[in-house]
Design a protein. Structure first.
Length: 161
């Protein structure tokens, strides 16, 4: 009987999706997207826009903490803390926390799931998918807000504007 060939280990679809976002294959890597934004710009609410980059990222960060709490062994914050206005002084802490939890979620997806407890594995999969979709949605909004800030600054610096 010929020896059994080892099957290649395939990444989970969730791990692949996290990799695509974190490597910037389709959108900028979150760290790059969130770089070079001053605290003042992050906290600035543009005319006609319901929230600032900082408030948007703080919202995404809050829901990361809620979604990932059972997997990270942390206490989930209350959703009642959502959509508060934040001060420029909070920018670095919110940015750093969001990026740390994004990387933690990516690592959890790459590690795989407990095959001995299907309910736990299914819950982890669902939470990671929920986290990634929510993060990608808000990173897209932040990218647009960042472009709007740049456009506004460029418009103000043009003669006659």
């Amino acid at each position: 009987m010929p020896p059994k060939r080892k099957r290649p280990v395939l990444k989970s679809d969730i791990a692949e999706a996290f990799e695509q976002v974190s490597e910037g294959r389709d959108i900028l890597h979150p760290k790059r997207l969130l770089s070079r934004i001053t605290a003042a710009d992050a906290a600035r609410k543009l005319p006609g826009v319901p929230y600032s980059i900082l408030d948007n990222l703080a919202h995404a960060d809050l829901w990361q903490r809620i979604f990932l709490a059972p997997m990270l062994g942390t206490r989930a914050p209350s959703y009642l803390e959502d959509w508060k206005q934040h001060e420029p002084s909070e920018w670095e802490e919110v940015r750093k926390g969001f990026l740390e939890r994004f990387e933690a979620a990516r690592r959890l997806a790459a590690e795989g799931f407990d095959k001995t407890d299907k309910a736990k594995a299914d819950s982890a999969r669902a939470r990671l998918i929920q986290t990634l979709i929510h993060d990608a949605y808000h990173l897209g909004q932040i990218n647009l807000l960042k472009r709007m800030l740049r456009a506004e600054k460029a418009g103000k610096s043009r003669p006659g504007k």
